[in-house]
Every structure is written in C-alpha cells, then in structure tokens.
Design a protein around this ligand. Structure first.
Ligand SMILES: Cc1cc2nc3c(=O)[nH]c(=O)nc-3n(C[C@H](O)[C@H](O)[C@H](O)COP(=O)(O)OP(=O)(O)OC[C@H]3O[C@@H](n4cnc5c(N)ncnc54)[C@H](O)[C@@H]3O)c2cc1C
Length: 770
C-alpha cells in the first residue's frame, strides 16, 4: 500500500515537473489559459500610465521587493559627503541669506521677504544650484541642494520654498534635461542668475491629482510672432491655479494638451501633453492675484491665457518632444521628489529635536523638567526617532540620486513617509511646548511650521494618492522581476510572440514564487536565524528580520496579484499596506546605513534601536492588516502558512524612550551631528536663540541650582521664595559666592525670557498698529 502511495506521489511529481519544464506542454497547458485569464483581469494601461511606470530606475528597493536584500553591497554605497565648495556655500552664502530673514515679519507683516534678500538670492546663485557651471550655475550635488533648502527651512519655510521651487521641477530642470541647445544657451544663464524667475504650471481647477486630465489646450496653427506673419506655432488657452512663484514669474513652463486639427505637422490630430515655455509678457497671458497658502508668504497664484500665440521653438526640447510632456514631468519628478520635500521635512525634524530638547529641560512643572515625565519623554523619543529616520532616509535617497539613479519608487517613499513623519514630529513638539507653541508672535518658533506641514503633504503628489497608488502600484511593476514582462506581452500584437513572451516570463515567475515561498517557510521555522546578514556592530538580528520580511513581501505581493489580479490597483488599502512594508524596509535600511556610516556611538545606538523596533512593528502591523482585509480563502491559508513569527514585534520600550529624552536635553556632539545644518542664531532676540541660550546656561548652572535646592530642602532657605529672592537669600547667608549668584541671576533672566509668549494690543491684532 505504502509503495503504491509513494509511486503515485512520484508519478505526480514527475508529471508536474514535465509540464513545467517541457516548454510546448507548459505553454499549451498552463500559459495559454493563464494568458487568456491574465488579459481579462489586467486593466488596460493608458499610454500616460505606461510612461509613468517606465520613468526612472530602481535601486535597493528592488532587492527588498524581491526578497533578496544584498546587505554587503548596500552598505558599500558611498557615505554622502559635501564637496569643500558646497560646504563653503552653506557656511557663508546660506548663513548670510538666513541672517536677512525674520520669519514673523515675512509671514505676518510683509507677506514676502526683504528685497535685499531677494537680490542676494539671485546674485549669489541660489536659483541655479543644479545648473552646470558652463551655464552660470553651481552644478551642486543633490545632497548639497537638499542641504541648502533644509538649512534655510530651519529659519524660514517661505524662503526655503522660494529657493526650492526654481531648483526642482520647473523650467530650469526641464530645459537642462530635454531642452534644445538654443534653449539651454538662451535660458539657463538667465535662470541661474535669477534674471528669469521661473514657475511651472500644470495644475488646473479640474485637474489636480489626475493631472493628465488637463483640458488646457494648445492648437497647432499659423500666427504672428516677432513682427512676422505666418509663423507656425501654437495657440494656447489655459487656466491654471496653485502655481508657486506665478505672481512674480516671468518664465512659465506650461503643460497643455496639444492638438493639430489642421494636420499641419502630420496625420495625427491629438498630440498629447506637451510643455511649452512662455514669457509673462506674451500677449494674452494674465498673471492672477495671489493665493494665500496656510499663512505662508511664498508667492503662489493662478495663471490664465486666452489665444496666446507662441512659435514651435517654444516647446521644451523642440518638435521631437511634442507629446512627451508627461514623461518629462514624471522623470524629473522622480528625482525631484527625493530632494525638496524630504529636505523640508528633515529640517522640521531637526528644528523640533533641538528646540524641544532644550525647552523640555528648561520648562519645569511640579519642580521637575517636563522632559523627565514619562508621557512627555515618549513624545520626545518619537521626535528623536522620527528625526533620526528622516535624516537617514534623506541621506540614503540622495545617495541614490547622486549616483545618477532616477529612482521613482524610493523618491515616492521618501516624499510620502518623510512628510508624514514631519507631521508626527511637529504635533509632538506642539504638545510638549503646550501654550508656548500656541501663542502666535515673533517668539513662536513652531507655529509657521505647524501650519506649513499640510502643504508638503499635498504638493508633488498628494500623500493619500502617493501611498495608495504609487509606492506599491509602481513598485510592484518596476521592482518585480517578471510582472512588467508579463504586462508587455499583453501589448504584443503578434499572438504567437505574445504567448511565447508571456510563457517565458511566467515560467520564471513561478520558479521565483516557489523559491520565495519555500525560503519563507524555512526562515519562519528557524526564526530567521539563517537569513543573510552582515556583521555590523550587533545589528545582525535586525538585518535578519528585515531579510525575512523582505521575502514575506515578495510572497505577499505575488499572492495579492494572484488573488486580486488587476483589482489590486483598485483595492487601494491593500496595495498601500504592501507599500508600507516596502517603505519601512527601506527606512530601516536607511537607518542601518546611517548607523554604519557614523560608527554607532551611544546615542546612535539608542535611536537606531528605537527606529528599527518602530519599523519592524509597522511592518508587522501592515502585514496583519493586509491579511485581515484580504478577503479571500486562499489569502487566509497562505497567511497561516507564513504568519507566526511576525507577531513578535513591539513598539520601542518606555525605558528606551526615557533614555532618549534624557539625551535630547543634554548638549552633545551627537545632537550637533543629528541636527547639523540647523541655523542657530547667536542674536539674543532670535526666537530659537532665546531658548537655546537659556538652556545652555541651565546646563552650566545645574550644580548651583542643586546646591540651592539642598538649602531649601534643609529649610535654610524659604521654599516659598521666588528664584531671584532665593538667590539673594543664599548670597546673604553666605551659601553661594557673588559670582555664583550672578550666574544664577543671569540664568533666571534668560529662563524667564525663554518661556515668555507674545502679547498684542487690539489695534496691533487688527493691523492698525505695527
Ligand atoms: C501650496 C501649493 C503649491 C503648489 N504649487 C504648484 C505648482 O507650482 N505647479 C503646479 O502645477 N501645481 C502646484 N500645486 C498643485 C498640487 O500639485 C496639487 O494641489 C496636487 O496635485 C493635488 O491636487 P488637488 O489639490 O486638486 O487635490 P485633489 O486632486 O482634489 O485631491 C484631494 C484628495 O484626494 C486624494 N486622491 C485623489 N485621487 C486619488 C486616488 N486615485 N486615490 C487615492 N486618493 C486620491 C488626494 O491624495 C487628496 O488627498 C500646488 C499646490 C499647493 C497646495
């Protein structure tokens, strides 16, 4: 009997192997029906979707997605480093520019920064950070331009946005990558020197997230230009809104849908999205008034145009780029997303780390620095952990961009997660500051950032959409080794070739999936102890668990696609959760790389641990909710097959949070490194300096404060006396010296000033009086 059963099993295995290995059998029995099914379940991909997916490259995230992170190779990526010229620019020009900025005056009085600051910005080269030197720019790395924006943002968000926009997606970037030589020679010098002020106009009232649905039009026709008639060109009609810098721009990059109804260029009448350069003085262009984005002072507004005529030479890249506008935008956005908004988010993290650490020591309630209360410490540790993840992720993504990758998936991950992390950080910082964060005025160093966060969340791909559609949607297709080939087979017009293509990809796909499912089982049974991991300062187990989850992601992605097919795209929450897994794997990798590059000092150790525990917990949670909501029998079976070990992870412990908050309240080299490139003014009336100086003084006089406290406890000084009187009493009784009394008085003056908030008269609030 046993022999019979063994024989049957053997025969079944041989039959399955034959079906899989012998191509004609496999093709007819498996691939053909599956291909027919595949064609019905995969939603048709529009040309613009195809272009978006084809844009950019993949990098470390592809290995994470496929269940094979190459840790050794990953750690060998260069440590991001500024050149001496870039460092010099940050230490001098950026410092000088920041000194010209008074955020309260900019945001609540002038709605602009001073003309001298604008002039300096232009002449010192801030607007051409990426433009090559031969066109008059700085030719800086992505790391440098991110750091410039980040540093300015710690002083003024509005100023940072005004620097960031000309250096990110816009005319300069588009001309640099796609422009004709004539366009480069004509415009890049002007842009780099600030003689032309750019803006980029895509969004329209009916086309926000769904930007390809713009109805702004360009029609090929003859018109008059530069005194000549019968010039072949484009008649533009458009209405754009939300355009940053539009109110002061004189060079507009305009996205329109181009058509050629008279077939003047060829036989096609619909030519697709095209980007056109337009000067503000062109007849028919109307620059609207200003929008007012959440109390920020950077320029933003609508632009409209009726029957505006420009010659064909105004198309960025010339005639050959007609219809490629969407590809150009998506490609530039692929890199840009990894630079600007992550820089703003990291700036916010660093700023909050510094000021909250200092304020939480300075501010005492119940006779204790508030940072010592467990609840406050938990919020502070969240600020620290998120700031650590922000800086690590910023540097890792910039390292990919500076190695000349155009990584569309990791830049989407960075954009979404880093702006969301900055939202967590500022909320916690506000809570820790209590009323001090709420009362508006020149002393408040949090309120403008708090108001500004939703802007970062919304621009360059609003966050909900980025999470739900882009990270996994694009990631699954770009990072999966076979899915794109399978999708491309559907487009193949020759049916035989299509089936052969599909079959080849499918066979490899099946082998890949079987290998991943087997690996997953082995590693789940062995507690991931056999997963690949480098020997890096005691972090081996974390690498192993990340490798394990990477394999689990590869399996879950295949499972999701098998169970839901094209519906996975519509099941946004499911794909978002797998996107979250990929994202936290990426963020955890960034943390390990940061730790590797900076050699793991004691404070690094705590924050690396906090961040990795947080990421593993988030990965576990994302998987849990993915399987909970994957409403399918097969999903349930497979979830049982792979699930057990990932219920082990917990959020970082209270003990760790308390230790981290203590570190935040002390000056240290680590604090200076983590918050590097924060503007720290020495001026006593700067809002941050007020707190920073008082805090440093507090650290210096802490032994004296303890000495006074002892006399109070011993009832030798009256406990009901206020601080100045206590100091006087201690001096009168000879408990402290004159110098000590002076130091304590100085500190108390600074402390009282630092916890102060602003007051306004009725007339001032109504704007009647300055
Ligand atoms: C301050 C500021 C500056 C800007 N600067 C510029 C600029 O210089 N040039 C320019 O062209 N544009 C600019 N924009 C426009 C910006 O790109 C858009 O605001 C953005 O694309 C979102 O469009 P929307 O605001 O119309 O939101 P909507 O598209 O109406 O979206 C509303 C919500 O729905 C969500 N959503 C939409 N579709 C989906 C989906 N399929 N799945 C899940 N969620 C979805 C979004 O995530 C969002 O949360 C700017 C906007 C702001 C606020």
């Amino acid at each position: 009997m046993l022999l019979w059963i063994l024989g049957l099993v053997l025969a079944a295995i041989i039959a399955a192997a034959l079906i899989l290995v012998v191509t004609p059998i496999r093709r007819n029995l498996i691939s053909k029906p599956l291909f027919a099914w595949f064609k019905t379940v995969m939603p048709p991909m529009s040309e613009t979707e195809q272009e978006a997916i084809a844009a950019g490259d993949t990098w470390h995230e592809a290995n994470l997605f496929q269940g094979r992170p190459q840790w050794q190779q990953f750690l060998q990526n260069p440590k991001p480093t500024l050149t001496p010229e870039e460092q010099d620019f940050l230490d001098n020009e950026v410092e000088r520019f920041c000194e010209m900025l008074d955020e309260w005056q900019i945001v609540h009085k002038d709605y602009d920064f001073p003309e001298s600051a604008w002039n300096y910005l232009k002449t010192a080269g801030f607007l051409g950070l990426h433009v090559p030197k031969k066109y008059g720019g700085k030719n800086f790395s992505a790391l440098a331009s991110s750091t410039v924006v980040q540093k300015i943002a710690t002083k003024s968000l509005s100023a940072a946005v005004s620097v960031m926009v000309p250096n990110s997606l816009g005319p300069a970037e588009l001309i640099l990558h796609y422009g004709t030589e004539d366009q480069k020679n004509k415009y890049l010098h002007l842009l780099a020197k600030g003689l032309a002020m750019p803006c980029f106009a895509l969004t329209a009232p009916d086309a926000g997230s769904d930007a390809t649905s713009i109805t702004d039009s360009g029609e090929i026709c003859y018109g008059s230009w530069d005194g000549k008639d019968q010039v072949l060109g484009i008649k533009l009609n458009f209405s754009k809104r939300y355009i940053t810098l539009a109110p002061i721009a004189n060079l507009i990059g305009l996205a329109v849908k181009l058509s050629d109804p008279q077939q003047l260029l060829g036989t096609k009448t619909e030519l697709g999205i095209t980007v056109v350069l337009l000067e503000n003085i062109t007849a028919g262009v109307e620059i609207g008034a200003r929008h007012y984005p959440l109390n920020q002072a950077f320029f933003n507004g609508p632009i409209r145009g009726r029957n505006v005529f420009v010659p064909l030479d105004n198309i960025i890249g010339g005639q050959k780029m007609i219809g490629h506008g969407w590809k150009m935008l998506v490609e530039c956005l692929a890199s840009g997303r990894g630079i600007s908004l992550p820089a703003l988010s990291t700036a916010l993290g660093k700023h909050c780390y510094r000021v909250t650490g200092a304020y939480a020591k300075l501010r005492q309630q119940f006779k204790v620095s508030i940072g010592n209360f467990e609840g406050v410490a938990t919020a502070m540790a969240r600020i620290a952990g998120h700031t650590y993840m922000l800086e690590a992720t910023r540097l890792l993504t910039l390292s990919a961009i500076d190695q000349k990758f155009k990584p569309s998936v990791i830049t989407a991950i960075s954009k979404y997660h880093m702006t969301e992390m900055s939202r967590v950080v500022i909320n916690d910082a506000m809570d820790v500051h209590g009323g001090r964060g709420i009362m508006m005025g020149p002393r408040n160093y949090l309120a403008t950032s708090y108001e500004g966060v939703p802007i970062s969340i919304t621009v360059e791909g609003a966050n909900i959409l980025t999470r739900c559609l882009m990270i996994f949607g694009q990631g699954a297709i770009r990072c999966h080794p076979y899915v794109l080939r399978e999708l491309n087979a559907v487009k193949e017009s020759d049916p035989q070739r299509a089936l052969a293509e599909f079959d080849a990809a499918l066979f490899k796909h099946i082998c890949y999936a079987l290998a991943n499912f087997s690996k997953l089982k082995v590693h789940s049974l062995s507690g991931a102890h056999f997963c690949e991991a480098p020997e890096h300062a005691g972090w081996k187990r974390y690498y192993q668990w990340l490798s394990f989850f990477s394999i689990a992601l590869a399996c879950s992605a295949d499972l999701g696609m098998l169970v839901l097919g094209g519906n996975l795209k519509r099941k946004e929450n499911l794909s978002a959760r797998l996107g979250d897994v990929l994202s936290y794997l990426y963020i955890a990798s960034a943390v390990l790389k940061y730790n590797y590059d900076y050699k793991n000092d004691a404070a690094d150790y705590k924050l690396t641990k906090w961040s990795l525990d947080f990421c593993l917990y988030k990965i576990q949670e994302s998987f849990d909710y993915f399987y909970l909501n994957l409403d399918s029998f097969m999903g349930k079976i497979i979830s049982c097959y792979i699930s057990p070990p990932w219920r082990n992870f917990r959020m970082p412990s209270d003990k760790l949070a308390i230790e981290i908050s203590k570190d935040m309240m002390q000056p240290s080299l680590f604090r200076e490194r983590l918050t590097s490139h924060c503007v720290v003014s020495k001026s006593a009336d700067d809002p941050v300096a007020r707190v920073e100086l008082a805090w440093l003084e507090m650290v210096r006089v802490t032994p004296l404060i303890h000495k006074l406290d002892e006399y109070v406890r011993a009832e030798q000084i009256d406990k009901n006396l206020r601080m100045f009187h206590r100091i006087q009493a201690a001096l009168d009784k000879g408990f402290i010296t004159n110098d000590e009394a002076a130091a304590l008085n100085h500190f108390e003056t600074l402390r009282l000033d630092a916890i102060q908030v602003d007051e306004f008269t009725e007339a001032q609030l109504k704007g009647l009086e300055k």
